[in-house]
Design a protein around this ligand. Structure first.
Ligand SMILES: Nc1ncnc2c1ncn2[C@@H]1O[C@H](COP(=O)(O)OP(=O)(O)OP(=O)(O)O)[C@@H](O)[C@H]1O
Ligand SMILES: [Mg+2]
Length: 525
């Protein structure tokens, strides 16, 4: 045994001596070149190939490096014993995990296994630079089997970029964009002003019938996951929703709930600020994908009369300079007399939602709201433009239960099981339809009275419902309060119509218009 140790020691001594000789005789550059050559020779026989993604690229940061970091931090499995770093990026509401130096993560894509290594090496001393580089050089090295290269690249990188963008969007606060300057650009060439969007409305807090709510949520989910479907069917990846109903029934709350549900940004388009159809197009082109473009109170925004009537009523074409500085806006010239002050035309708006321009990005949702659906041109409402018409009704009993839960359920002294509470609840159920009260008004009553306890607040609400129902014409109130009587069949028919309107319209535009006529009839009653 002793001889073994003696020979090992002399071998190590010989290696150290040789190393000293090599260092003394061969310059550093030559040694590095030999090492590179050896590395290349080993890689030539290796079953793997390697790709480096460096942190910096030229003078700037490398977007792919950031994307890989974000992707690996949430999607891939760290190898056993790997260390993760924890951070919270600026303006983000959640934490992200990053890979520490020299650790590995394993991932798989389309059945092929890949390994990522995070390599951190000290940077050689740098001379003077206006833009000092980080002290360490960081890179991710992707190792894949040679045979998998065709399967993985570039699809795997595309997958990583898309996943990282999704994570970034979900972890960062969403933005609400407005066009307060019309379509005029700011110094960065953007017509939209962003502010953080922190509306607390969600589908959970939104008061409406649970089945209708579930149908809308499913439709939104189908849309968001429908990339392959839209590509296969040759449709532009966009969807239009029209929210209509009396003021205070939750149209704006629904938009916020949609944005929160999908994690989309919101573009609140103020049409009255937009000078021309050309400006409208520019605004559209500057929206990002995965966003909801909202036009509230569409009936009040522009004169949206029927295209045919508009053309007949049009003044003799009077060329009018757009605010872009002298360019003639042809659409504006054809504007109807009533819209002379503004040059947005119905056809401009139709092109905005459905024309070729609307497809200059993907995954966009258009939401229009109105209190008066009967004022809208059928052309605007047809399928493909407004695919789903959602009637936001006065507060129904299922919706009321959601509001009671939202506003009163934090009251720990609540004893809703008492006989008195049950009687009040039954009273609310009886009177809610007859009162024709909006969820906004119900919320107001509950907010004002919640300090007095759940039961008191409910009793107060019942008083308000009764008072409202009694103020209404006796026939309408009685019919509703007693559960319908003779009107029951008519009501059922109305319900059917509403359901039909809310069912998604994938196909022909003509059907959409027929249904729309029904909706108008129903609203004008
Ligand atoms: N369906 C609802 N669910 C929950 N809260 C509601 C609902 N409808 C109205 N509210 C409450 O009433 C307030 C006003 O609602 P919202 O602004 O969404 O109504 P709207 O239909 O957009 O009204 P308008 O037509 O006047 O724009 C909201 O702040 C919200 O708290
Ligand atoms: Mg609103």
């Amino acid at each position: 045994m002793r001889e073994y140790w003696t020979s090992l020691a002399s071998l190590m001594g010989a290696v150290a001596f040789l190393q000293g000789v090599v260092h003394a005789v061969f310059p550093a550059e030559l040694r590095a070149a030999v090492a590179r050559l050896l590395g290349r020779a080993t890689r030539a026989f290796s079953p793997y190939c390697y790709f480096d993604v460096t942190e910096t690229e030229g003078m700037g940061t490398n977007e792919i490096y950031d994307a890989v970091q974000l992707y690996l931090s949430s999607s891939a499995a760290p190898a056993a014993g790997a260390r993760l770093t924890l951070s919270r990026p600026h303006n983000a509401s959640s934490f992200t995990f990053g890979l520490a130096a020299s650790d590995r993560v394993l991932d798989a894509f389309r059945g092929a296994a890949v390994t990522w290594e995070h390599v951190v090496a000290p940077r050689q001393a740098q001379g003077f630079s206006w833009r000092p580089l980080p002290e360490e050089k960081r890179r991710f090295t992707l190792r894949i089997r040679r045979g998998d290269r065709g399967v993985l690249l570039p699809a795997y990188l595309d997958h990583i970029l898309a996943a990282a963008a999704d994570i970034r969007r979900r972890s960062q606060d969403r933005l609400l964009y407005t066009n307060a300057r019309g379509g005029a650009m700011d110094a960065r060439g953007l017509p939209w002003d962003p502010v953080p969007f922190k509306h607390p409305s969600t589908f959970d807090t939104l008061a409406m019938d649970p089945e209708r709510k579930a149908a809308i949520m499913a439709d939104l989910r189908d849309f968001a996951d429908g990339s392959a479907f839209y590509e296969r069917t040759g449709r532009a990846w966009k969807r239009g929703y029209l929210l209509y109903g009396p003021p205070g029934t939750g149209k704006s709350s629904m938009i916020a709930a949609m944005a929160n549900h999908l994690g989309y940004d919101v573009y609140d388009l103020e049409l009255t600020e937009v000078g021309s159809n050309a400006e409208l197009r520019k605004l559209l082109m500057k929206t990002t994908s995965k966003s909801i473009i909202v036009i509230e109170d569409i009936d009040c925004s522009v004169d949206l009369t029927n295209r045919a009537t508009a053309a007949a009523a049009a003044q003799p074409p009077k060329p009018r300079a757009s605010i872009d500085g002298g360019a003639i806006d042809q659409d504006a010239a054809a504007a109807p007399a009533g819209a002379a002050a503004r040059s947005i035309t119905l056809s401009g708006l139709l092109n905005f939602t459905d024309g070729l321009w609307s497809c200059c990005g993907s995954e966009r949702i258009f939401v229009f709201t109105t209190n008066h659906i009967e004022k809208l041109d059928p052309a605007l409402l047809r399928s493909g433009r407004m695919d789903m018409h959602i009637f936001m009704s006065y507060c129904t009993f299922p919706a009321l239960k959601i509001l009671l839960r939202n506003y009163l359920d934090d009251d720990s002294s609540a004893s809703s099981s008492s006989a008195a509470a049950a009687a009040t609840m039954a009273g609310l159920e009886t009177w809610i339809d007859a009162a024709e009260i909006t969820p906004a008004d119900v919320s107001e009553v509950l907010i004002k009275n919640r300090r007095n306890g759940r039961e008191q607040a409910m009793e107060q609400l019942l008083e308000v419902l009764k008072a409202r129902a009694e103020k209404r014409p006796p026939s309408a109130a009685a019919g509703n309060a007693t559960g319908g009587g003779d009107n029951e069949e008519e009501e059922e028919e109305e319900e059917e119509e509403k359901r039909a309107l809310e069912s998604p319209k994938e196909g022909g535009g003509e059907d959409g218009q027929d249904e729309e006529t029904e909706a108008k009839k129903q609203l004008s009653e």
